[in-house]
Design a protein around this ligand. Structure first.
Ligand SMILES: [Zn+2]
Ligand SMILES: [Zn+2]
Length: 340
C-alpha cells in the first residue's frame, strides 16, 4: 500500500476526495490510522469560508484511531494502540505560549485546519499528541475526546457551584457534552433552551431537569420559575447564536457567571446593556480550545453517555453526504470512518 484516500478542503464550498502517498512518521512522530473522525461546526465553517483554513489541507481534527507506525525514537506507544489525537501545535516562543496560555498562541496550527488531519487513511502527528484511550471505549465515542476537552476547559473557566441552577443555551453536540459534564458537578436544576425537537429530546435523555423551547410563549417564565425567580447563577451559551449572550444576560441572577462557549459567526454582533453587567456584577467568560484538558477528556469520554448521540457513520468516499448530514442535522453527531 503506497497511496491512500483523503479528503481535502479545496476551496470555499468545495471538498476534494483524492489519493496521496501514505505519509511516513519522522523522528518522534507516529502514523495513526483514523477509525472515527468527528465533523463539527468548525469543519462546516471552514467549508463555508468563515473559518480560515489552508486550502489543500486534509480536514478532520476530532480523531480516534490505531497507531499504525512508530517513527524513530518513539516510546510509550505501540503499533495497534487505540489513541485519541490532541490536534493542536503551538509555537512555544510567543508571549502567550510563554505565559502558559498556549491555546491563545497567534501562531497555533491545528491538524485538520492548517496541517493535514484525520479524514484520510492515515495522519502523522507528534507522538506526544497521541493519547492512549482506555480499553472498551468505542472509537466513535473516543473521537469526541477533542470536543469534550474543550468542554472541560469551559467548565474549568466557569467553575460551576454545586446546588445552584445552571442554564445551557443550545443542546447541539457541544451543549450535550457540557450537559454531561455539568451533571458530574452537582449543579441544579439544569435548564436547557433549545428550539430543535430532536435536540430537546437528547437533552432530556442527557439528564436536563427542564428543557424548554425558546420559540414557545412562556418559556422565559418557566425558566425563571425553575430558579425560584432569582435567575441563573451560572449560564452557558453553547449555541453560537448571535443573540445567545443577550439571552444569558437576561436570565442571569445577581453575581452570575456566564460562559460564552458556542462559536458565533465572527461578524455577529449582539446588543447588551453595560448596566446589567455593572449592576448585577456579572462575570462573562470565554473558553476556546482545550489547553491541558485532553488527558482528562480521554479518561472521561467513555463515561458521559455519548453513545446516546448515536452518531451517523459515513465512509470516507461519502464525505459530501456526511457534511450535508451535518448541515441538515440528520444526526446529533456525524462521524467519518476512514478505515472501514
Ligand atoms: Zn471540532
Ligand atoms: Zn505561541
Amino acid at each position: 500500500m503506497t497511496t491512500e484516500t483523503c479528503v481535502r478542503f479545496a476551496e470555499v464550498g468545495r471538498l476534494q476526495l483524492g489519493e496521496r502517498d501514505v505519509p511516513r512518521p519522522g523522528p518522534g512522530e507516529v502514523r495513526v490510522a483514523p477509525l472515527a473522525v468527528g465533523i463539527c461546526g468548525t469543519d462546516a465553517r471552514i467549508l463555508e469560508g468563515a473559518y480560515g483554513a489552508r486550502p489543500g489541507t486534509i480536514l478532520g481534527h476530532e480523531i480516534a484511531g490505531l497507531v499504525a507506525e512508530l517513527g524513530p525514537g518513539v516510546d510509550g506507544l505501540a503499533e495497534g494502540d487505540h489513541v485519541s489525537i490532541e490536534p493542536h501545535l503551538y509555537c512555544g516562543t510567543c508571549r502567550y505560549c510563554r505565559l502558559g496560555w498556549e491555546h491563545l498562541c497567534p501562531s497555533k496550527r491545528a491538524f485538520g485546519v492548517h496541517l493535514d488531519g484525520g479524514m484520510a487513511g492515515s495522519v502523522v502527528v507528534p507522538a506526544r499528541l497521541a493519547y492512549r484511550v482506555p480499553a472498551g471505549v468505542d472509537p466513535v465515542v473516543a473521537c469526541m475526546a477533542e470536543p469534550v476537552g474543550c468542554g472541560i476547559h469551559g467548565m474549568d473557566r466557569l467553575q460551576p457551584m454545586s446546588g445552584l441552577p445552571l442554564c445551557i443555551i443550545g443542546s447541539g453536540p457541544a451543549g450535550l457534552m457540557l450537559l454531561a459534564l455539568a451533571r458530574l458537578t452537582g449543579v441544579g436544576p439544569i435548564v436547557v433552551l433549545e428550539p430543535d425537537a430532536a435536540r430537546r429530546e437528547a437533552a432530556l435523555l442527557g439528564g436536563a431537569d427542564h428543557v424548554l423551547d425558546p420559540t414557545d410563549e412562556g418559556w422565559r417564565d418557566a425558566a425563571m420559575a425553575a430558579t425560584g425567580g432569582h435567575g441563573f447563577d451560572q449560564l452557558i451559551e453553547a449555541a453560537g447564536s448571535p443573540t445567545g449572550l443577550a439571552t444569558a444576560i437576561d436570565l442571569a441572577a445577581r453575581h452570575a457567571r456566564i460562559l460564552v462557549y458556542g462559536v458565533a459567526h465572527p461578524d455577529a454582533v449582539t446588543p447588551v446593556r453595560a448596566n446589567d453587567i455593572y449592576a448585577r456584577e456579572l462575570t462573562i467568560l470565554g473558553a476556546a480550545l482545550n489547553p491541558y484538558t485532553h488527558a482528562r477528556a480521554v479518561e472521561l469520554v467513555g463515561h458521559l453517555g455519548l453513545e446516546r448521540l448515536a452518531p451517523g457513520r459515513y465512509p470516507l468516499p461519502a464525505v459530501e453526504d456526511a457534511f450535508a448530514a451535518q448541515r441538515e442535522r440528520r444526526h446529533l453527531k456525524v462521524v467519518i470512518m476512514p478505515n472501514g
